[in-house]
Design a binder for this molecule. Sequence first.
Ligand code: FAD
Ligand code: 2HG
Ligand code: ZN
Length: 471
Amino acid sequence: MTADLIGRLRQVVGPHGVIGDRDGMAGYLTDWRNAYRGTAAAVVRPGDTDEVARVVALCHGAGVAVVPQGGNTGLCGGAVPDSSGRQVVLSLTRLRRIRDLDLANQTITVEAGTVLRTVQEAAAAAGQLFPLSLGAEGSCTIGGNLATNAGGTAVLRYGTMRDLTLGLEVVLPDGRIWHGLRGLRKDNTGYDLKQLFIGAEGTLGVITAAVLKLFPAVRSRATAWLALPSPQAAVDLIGVLRDLAGDRLTGFEVMSRQSVEFVLRHATGARDPFDERHPWYALVELCDSLPLAGLDAVLESALGEAFERDLVVDAVVAASPAQATALWALREGISEAQNHEGPSLKHDVTVPVSRIAAFVAGTDRALSEALPGIRIVTYGHVGDGNLHYNLSKPVGGDDAEFRVRAADLARVIYDSTYGFGGSISAEHGIGQSKRESLADYKDSLDLQLMRGLKQVFDPHGLMNPGKILPG
Ligand code: FAD
Ligand code: 2HG
Ligand code: ZN
């Protein structure tokens, strides 16, 4: 059965479009961190939408499950197949054409396998901005960004992928093509179907192309690295910046000392901007589409007020684009640096911004009681209420013993998140890692409606099974 299917898949995508040997498949069967591993009957790499549709239809006819995969940078195992060896990994990385750039409509139409940075560069070459920005932008794809509703460091001003998308083209689980590739900013003709595929982590269909919004290019920028006394100071500082800079406030990232310390220890060339240690740091960025000479002055006046109110205890304002890049490297390096400290248990949560300080205090206390000496690596997009509550073992601790504690430590964080009215996934999604937790923290009616949608789109359960919905 499988040999017959593989033969027919080869007829669709050509002999080089199907990978069936162990070595060739290896990179597709584990994720960026090597945290999840699976096996597969084959990896299939179609070259256009029509080939995707024919591949999916063949798999559907044979009752074989399909696992869509983009850049494989996801952090919860969503693109990794199970261990049955019966699933087909569908890699979209050959679908990487920029189909259109419409300046009057302020849109760019790209195929799903296009790397995010390529889209940013294409927009910039046309004097425009595609604002999604995240640490994995050199390898993640637009299809993966859509399927996870990626966020990143400019959500405060521009929103997530949901906000940046006007249209989609999707291959449904039975191989039909849904033609929703329209660049309309207004369309009130009933349900907004494209939003169902965004954030669905490939469980409802395979995204093959998208119409994305463009924005005026950024022509002035002011960046500062700040030392803060507390998370509450961070929240109050957002208010000060908003009052003075309005929607020029584009980025507001917060990092605990522990997070920054890992970067200083492990990232080549990283340097602490301050002589003294501080418990918390913020990276603030103001941007404007006008070449405003005065943007630094706006930032400095906001910082003046922040110093007066004891919200900030030290500050460095970037004097050049190179210095701004170095400050951003301190922030973007955390994810990678933490990998050098043993297993990193990742939790990507969100609570209302106003409740961040109480949430951090309560959660840190509960974690330290649950495992004395645990290293709490808290950082993230505090302007969006989103914290990466990542954990590393106590100094000198054992990796295996720490991993055994993963479920009960996650429960401490998720119980606290739930108690503060938050969500257990702000941006990375559910994948396979949080699938069972979803049953505990998602309303039962929500789950019932989600299962109903899955049944409508994928009645045979062949599109990325074992992801998102609890078993
Ligand atoms: P993959 O990992 O290949 O897939 C992710 C999910 O999408 C899987 O469920 C897969 O089945 C599905 N999928 C992929 N392509 C398609 C498609 N064409 N159609 C349907 N389903 C598809 N995320 C954030 O939101 N914000 C961040 O700031 C952020 N920073 C990161 C920093 C680093 C260093 C890393 C490694 C990851 C980061 N991520 C972040 C996580 C990750 O979600 C993003 O990197 C990205 O959105 C995943 O894209 P990808 O192409 O690698 O998708
Ligand atoms: C970030 O904001 C990413 O850096 C990755 O979302 C977070 O590695 C992580 O846990
Ligand atoms: Zn993030």
